[in-house]
Design a protein around this ligand. Structure first.
Ligand code: F0G
Length: 445
């Protein structure tokens, strides 16, 4: 691996004293010093940040920080900074992110949002809307950690492969940090909102003639051979930032653990992060038990589900195809990290059709909340698991919505304008006259 260029000794000296974590291989447990620049173990597998002992931080302390308006605690990531990244304030690149809404949408609710709970047949249901982050997806939580680490080690340039959201997020954070940014996206397979962001935020955007999995393997080679800092979720610091979705969810629930956390699953970084966060919280005594975790894949991009069906006897890869382009991934990088989570959280993996995803999305959208297609896989999955009796009638369920509705406006327009989809809401052409408008309105009142 080529040496990184460093910005000078002063910055290195400004870093907090040596962190007490190591980078540990998920497969063979070989560990490496915290400061070593590497993304994979010598055995080829991915690494995790591992603490011999977690930094002391209490739930009361993070509750006290919750009201803070000052840097960096006003961020829903850096509020938990001891568990995210031991980095000096000067290196933190924060917008700030997090502090996303938790919508209570169970069928027990009185508001119009209860239609989501009715759809899924779940009385106590929450949607944690990670699409409310600065660039419109959950990726910002991992990216603030990853880009801060890039700054701390004096990286000159950063890169990622992406189905869209990671590239949008990295492009934005790199611009803030003043770092050159290279993104690799599969040509013709990225939703326009995301492509628009990468271009607008100034990333050098390479449209790879191939799928996400091809772009992913290419960018790893780029990082290794050209000395550009890799900020896909293979980078363990991204995962550390993403853990805060679960910290914040529990904090919003007053540390009352839901029975289930349900989330869409593609490259499996988020499944890994949410599970790791729950283990942290249990170890620190913030919560008294682990929630079960359900990772939901699109049927056309379900290699993890295929492995799950054989009790993970085999690692599957597929050629992925789904309308939920964010999770159109056939060879997930965090397979082993996520497998560990499913095993240790009494978890399940499910697969839902594109039709079910789009139907769930239409319900979330019509509740006034809205999300991009991949996000709705969580709600479609919760509904399926409820139908199968895996989720019980009285269980409390939190679904993670990972991206904003406007990320993929094309999917919305197609759903409402083409074919005969449930809940389709076609625009009505009207003449510019009061009589015509009154006639139309009278049909709805
Ligand atoms: N939902 C959305 C909106 C996503 O963008 C992604 C992943 C996921 C879910 C799945 O999360 O990969 O951690 O299992 N998007 C990545 C990207 C791959 O490049 O933006 P995961």
């Amino acid at each position: 691996m080529k040496a990184m260029e460093h910005r000078g000794q002063e910055q290195a000296a400004a870093e907090p004293q040596a962190a007490n974590y190591k980078l540990q291989c998920v497969a063979c447990a070989t560990s490496y010093p915290a400061g070593e620049l590497r993304y994979r173990c010598v055995c080829g597998e991915v690494l995790e940040v591992a603490y011999p002992q977690l930094p002391a931080l209490t739930a009361a302390e993070v509750d006290a920080r919750w009201a803070s308006r000052s840097f960096p605690y006003q961020s829903g990531v850096w509020r938990y900074r001891e568990l995210v990244l031991p980095v000096a304030n000067a290196h933190i690149i924060s917008k700030p992110e997090g502090n996303t809404n938790l919508y209570s949408v169970g069928s027990d609710e009185r508001s119009g949002e209860r239609r989501v709970g009715e759809f899924a047949d779940i009385a106590q249901l929450w949607l944690k809307h990670e699409g409310e982050n600065p660039t419109g997806s959950f990726k910002d939580r991992g990216m603030t950690a990853g880009v801060s680490q890039a700054v701390a080690i004096g990286a000159r340039a950063v890169a990622c492969a992406s189905t869209g959201n990671t590239s949008a997020s990295l492009a934005s954070y790199a611009a803030k940090a003043g770092l050159r940014c290279f993104v690799f996206i599969p040509a013709g397979k990225t939703a326009f909102g995301k492509l628009a962001q990468a271009l607008a935020y100034g990333a050098v955007t390479m449209q790879v003639a191939g799928d996400f999995d091809a772009a992913m393997s290419l960018v790893q080679q780029v990082a290794n051979e050209l000395g550009v800092y890799l900020l896909n979720s293979i980078n363990p610091f991204r995962i550390e930032g993403q853990k805060t979705i679960a910290y914040e969810l529990m904090q919003q629930l007053g540390w009352q653990v839901p029975d289930w956390i349900v989330l869409p699953a593609g490259n499996l970084g988020n499944t890994a992060a949410v599970g790791k966060a729950c283990r942290d919280m249990l170890q620190l005594g913030w919560i008294d038990r682990l929630p079960r975790i359900a990772a939901i894949q699109a049927a056309g991009a379900a290699p993890f589900y295929a492995s799950y069906q054989t009790a993970f006897a085999e690692r599957h890869t597929v050629s992925a195809k789904t309308l939920a382009t964010a999770i159109q991934i056939g060879n997930p990088v965090s397979y082993l990290r996520a497998r560990k989570v499913i095993r240790s959280h009494n978890g399940v993996v499910a697969s839902v059709s594109d039709e079910a995803i789009m139907q769930a999305k239409a319900v979330v959208d019509a509740a006034g909340i809205g999300c991009e297609p991949a996000s709705a896989a969580s709600v479609a999955g919760a509904r399926l698991l409820r139908q199968q009796g895996v989720i019980g009638a009285n269980e409390r369920v939190a679904c993670i919505l990972t991206g904003h509705l406007l990320k993929d406006a094309e999917a919305v327009i197609n759903y409402h304008l083409e074919g005969d989809n449930p809940g389709a809401n076609r625009p009505l052409p009207v003449e510019a006259s009061m009589a015509a408008v009154a006639g139309t309105i009278s049909r709805y009142l």
